[in-house]
Write a protein that binds this ligand. Structure first.
Ligand code: KG4
Ligand code: ZN
Length: 362
């Protein structure tokens, strides 16, 4: 991926027409209750949103089940979604105090993700759209993450254009968000995602799955300078690489044996991951002349990462926004926001809506 200097890339006409100012933001979301469903990986989630307001946000996690195998087993994930989907949807409606008949649309993650898992949510969404005679829209999981800071939680809203770090268990990307629906990928990982680096290293350190929160907790009492771990591709902000870090942690565990200091190792690992995430994102934001940085995805739930990204953005005069913790890890409210925006723009899918394991950003 070639890095283009700020201002040199031609905006297409269609992208230009999508740019919205924050002032007119509310008008871009459908001001009616819609149900959103998310089953792309290991969380069965449903939410009701109305415009940018999140009326309910229910997540049934399969963490305990996948913990046994140290990761997500696709067939087991799909079966667990089948068991949870109906109760989770009912709970989302009940929490929002909304009857099925009041819904004006259904949004569902249909890409990317585990096909068996995605199809459980998509089938439920089609059934409801058909039965209730309401519009259906398929949503790209990553667009959900990108729009998560737009939920009206009383915090500052991000302005357009901005530079967003999206870091999760499956993705580590920097995206230029020019407006709703206008996204440009400017950096990506060439191997593991940042969340995978947390998860796999946590497993090596005996801290369980998923590893991000466990590493964060263990790191609190640790010394981040104790163990030397690699920061890959330091000179290239457009590429991330975390596989070498995982190998370095494996070597550390093998050479130190029982003498390893787990809090120090967790702190050193967290520092290594944060160093590259923050420095590359800030460099790209500066290169593109961004006035705003956002942080989204499961890894955005990391407290020290949130603090550092905010500090480094503000130090350079750039605003910073990140969603509440409940909207960082996988959830359906963010899918509702993206779906609400797409329904408001007139987008509709029919009952032939497909599930796609891989799909570029819309
Ligand atoms: O967005 P997400 O829920 O699912 C994907 O789309 O992948 O992200 C899950 C990832 C996991 O790798 C998990 O370890 C990581 O987010 N994560 C964290 C924290 N909470 C979750 N990583 C670092 N610190 C955390 N506090
Ligand atoms: Zn995700």
């Amino acid at each position: 991926m070639a890095l283009r200097p700020a201002g040199m890339d031609a905006l297409s006409e269609s992208a230009m027409s999508i740019i919205r100012s924050t002032d007119e933001l509310d008008a871009q979301f459908l001001e009616a209750p819609i149900l959103a469903i998310e089953t792309s990986c290991d969380e069965t989630a449903a939410a009701v949103v109305q415009g940018r307001r999140v009326l309910s946000n229910v997540v049934a996690s399969q963490v305990e089940m996948h913990e046994k195998w140290g990761g997500v087993v696709p067939e087991a994930a799909a079966r667990a979604h089948v068991e949870s989907i109906v109760p989770v949807i009912r709970e989302a409606l009940s929490d929002a105090r909304i009857e099925f008949g009041a819904l004006k649309g259904v949004a569902v993650t249909n890409r990317p993700g585990l096909v068996g898992a995605l199809s459980v949510g998509v089938t439920a969404a089609k059934t409801l759209a058909f039965g209730l005679r309401i519009p259906l829209v398929g949503v790209h999981h990553l667009e959900g993450h990108l729009l998560s800071p737009f939920a009206s939680t009383g915090k500052d809203l991000p302005a357009f254009p901005h530079v967003c770090l999206l870091a999760s268990g499956g993705h580590t990307e920097v995206v230029r968000v020019r407006g709703l629906g206008a996204y440009e990928l400017v950096a990506a990982t060439i191997d593991d995602a940042a969340g995978e680096a947390f998860d796999k290293s946590a497993r090596l350190l005996g801290l369980g799955y998923p590893g991000g929160k466990a590493i964060q907790d263990a790191a609190e009492s640790g010394d981040p300078k104790r163990y030397k771990l690699p920061r890959a591709l330091e000179s290239d902000p457009t590429r991330f690489s975390f596989s070498g870090l995982k190998t370095a942690v494996l070597r550390l565990v093998q050479t130190s044996g029982k003498k390893i200091d787990v809090p120090d190792a967790a702190a050193s690992l967290q520092e290594a991951i944060l160093d590259v995430l923050v420095s590359k994102t800030i460099r790209l934001a500066e290169l593109y002349g961004a006035k705003q940085v956002t942080l989204v995805g499961g890894v955005a739930a990391n407290g020290p990462l949130r603090a550092r990204m905010e500090q480094e953005s503000k130090r350079r005069g750039m605003a910073f926004a990140t969603p509440d913790l409940s909207l960082c890890t996988d959830n359906a409210a963010m899918i509702g926001l993206a779906g609400s925006f797409r329904l408001c723009a007139g987008e509709r899918d029919d009952l032939s809506l497909d599930t796609l394991p891989n799909a570029p950003l819309p």
